[in-house]
Design a protein around this ligand. Structure first.
Ligand code: COA
Length: 184
C-alpha cells in the first residue's frame, strides 16, 4: 500500500517544512477543495461559468489514489493540505513516459515553493514507481509562473506550440507540450 508514505520534506518560504506524501482517503475533502479553488480561478481567468465538482467526479478520486499505476501526492504545511500532483501513464505518451495530469497549489499558498516540492517528488516517484524515463505535461504558454517552474526543473518544449488553443486572462492563449528526459 502506498498509504500516506512521505516522499519528501522541504523548507518553504516563510513557514514550517512542507511534507509531500501519497494521498489517502482522508485527503479527499482537501483534494476537492483544491480542485474547486482551481476551477474558481479558471472561471475568473477564462471568463467561463465555474463548474462545481459533481458527485460523479468526486467518486473517481478514491480509485485514482488507490491505483498503483497512478502517483497522487499532496503537500501539507502547518497541517493544511494545500496542493496536489497527479501523474500516470497515458496511451498518447507511450509506455516509457508519465504524464502530469494536474498540479495545483491553493491560491492562498502560492509562491512558497510548494509547487516545486510537488513536482520534484512527482518526478522522483514516477521514475521509481512507474519505471519511466521521461515525464511530460501540457501548459498554457502565458502561465509564466508554471512554465518557469517547469523550465527550471529541466522541462523542454516538445513539438510545435498550439496557437490560440485555450484562454488566459480572457484572451486567446497558446498550449505548450513540455518533456523532461532521464538517461536510461
Ligand atoms: C503552477 C503552480 C503549481 C506553482 O506552485 P507555487 O507553489 O506557487 O510555485 P513555487 O513557489 O514552487 O515556485 C516555483 C517556481 O515558479 C516560478 N515562479 C514563482 N513565482 C513566479 C512569478 N511570480 N512569476 C514567474 N515565475 C514564478 C519560479 O520559477 C519559481 O522558481 P523558484 O522556486 O526558483 O523561485 C501554482 O501557481 C498553481 O497551482 N497554479 C494554478 C494551477 C496551474 O496553473 N497548474 C499548472 C497547469 S499546467
Amino acid at each position: 500500500m502506498k498509504g500516506d508514505k512521505v516522499v519528501g520534506i522541504f523548507p518553504i518560504t516563510g513557514g514550517r517544512d512542507a511534507i509531500v506524501r501519497y494521498a489517502t482517503e482522508d485527503d479527499l475533502k482537501d483534494i476537492f477543495a483544491i480542485i474547486q479553488d482551481r476551477r474558481f480561478e479558471r472561471s475568473l481567468r477564462e471568463g467561463e461559468k465555474m463548474r462545481i465538482l459533481t458527485n460523479a467526479e468526486k467518486a473517481t478520486w478514491l480509485p485514482e489514489i488507490q491505483n498503483p499505476g497512478k502517483i497522487v501526492l499532496v503537500v501539507e504545511t502547518n497541517n493544511i493540505v494545500c496542493g496536489l500532483i497527479d501523474i500516470g501513464k497515458h496511451s498518447n505518451c507511450g509506455d516509457d513516459t508519465a504524464l502530469v495530469y494536474s498540479i495545483a497549489v491553493l491560491t492562498s499558498h502560492r509562491n512558497k515553493k510548494l509547487g516545486r516540492a510537488l513536482l520534484v517528488c512527482g518526478i522522483q516517484e514516477a521514475t521509481d514507481q512507474l519505471k519511466v524515463h521521461s515525464v511530460e505535461l501540457w501548459a498554457t504558454l502565458q502561465n509564466i509562473h508554471a512554465v518557469n517552474l517547469y523550465r527550471s526543473l529541466g522541462f523542454q518544449q516538445k513539438g510545435e506550440i498550439l496557437p490560440n488553443a485555450t484562454k488566459w486572462n480572457r484572451q486567446p492563449a497558446d498550449r505548450i507540450n513540455m518533456v523532461k528526459q532521464f538517461s536510461s
